[in-house]
Design a protein around this ligand. Structure first.
Ligand code: PEP
Length: 254
């Protein structure tokens, strides 16, 4: 068994008003707190962050934002700066495939955000993964390696172990068609961890947590968490259902 602490993060995406988010967190926070041996993170929309920072204060449930800009301040209408995220959060999701697909986010943007996360002392959850076309054309390795190399370029080896990578095949996100545990494990081992080894070194690559994301549910979670290379999950749809998210988190605990 490896020494990496499992992590389960719920990405609520653009769902829940503050009142609805309060209700949802009320129904999951005490069962989540009862689970040990896994790092737990909730990523609600920006509007709920300040409320959640108060509700979760003093608990072991971490708070994350779903996006941020890399600049410290300025004329970037609609964006949030890293230190604004840091006022409430300890985690930041960077480069989610929906940001890449709908908002033109590139590996270069992801790289800038990652450097900004280090500067703001935020734990980044960096998303990588191939599209269906790329998967069907046998390009998974090329795409995932390119995303890792370009996204993590220039990161120093002191901060590197704090980076969390989420392998999220785009064809599995929100589709109900999860990857198999075996396939995800092979991608993490042969493509992600080997790219991390080339970028840093074996020891650092072994210390970086790599999550799987893409249609994780309470019924398939154990298949992923039993894989030696998979250190938890980034959960979308199922994180909006208290009992599902609690069950997923429980099955990741070690
Ligand atoms: C995600 O949004 O990162 C995700 C994995 O979504 P889902 O679990 O709904 O596939």
């Amino acid at each position: 068994m490896n020494h990496r602490k499992p992590l389960v993060a719920g990405n609520w995406k653009m769902n829940k008003t503050v009142a609805e988010a309060r209700d949802l967190v009320a129904s999951m926070s005490s069962p989540l707190r009862a689970i040990t041996g896994v790092e737990k993170v909730l990523c609600p929309p920006f509007t709920s962050l300040s409320t959640f920072a108060m509700l979760l204060a003093g608990t072991d449930i971490g708070l994350g934002a779903q996006n941020m800009h890399w600049e410290e301040k300025g004329a970037f209408t609609g964006e949030l700066a890293p230190n604004m995220v840091k006022e409430f959060c300890s985690y930041i999701i960077i480069g989610h495939s929906e940001r890449r697909a709908y908002f033109g986010e590139t590996d270069e943007h992801v790289n800038r955000k990652l450097h900004a996360a280090q500067k703001a002392d935020l734990t980044p959850i960096v998303c990588v993964g191939e599209t269906l076309d790329q998967y069907e054309s046998g390009l998974t390795s090329e795409v995932v390696r390119r995303q890792i190399n370009a996204s993590l370029a220039g990161m120093d080896s002191v901060f590197a172990p704090r980076i969390v990578v989420a392998y999220e095949p785009v064809w599995a996100i929100g589709t109900g068609k999860a990857s198999s545990g075996e396939n995800a494990n092979a991608v993490v081992k042969q493509m992600i961890r080997s790219a991390l080894t080339e970028l840093f070194n074996e020891k650092i690559a072994q210390s970086i947590r790599v999550l799987y994301g893409g249609s994780v549910t309470a019924s398939n979670a154990a298949e992923f968490f039993s894989q030696p290379e998979i250190d938890g999950a980034l959960v979308g749809g199922a994180s909006l259902k208290a009992d599902e998210f609690v069950a997923i988190t429980k099955s990741a605990a070690r």
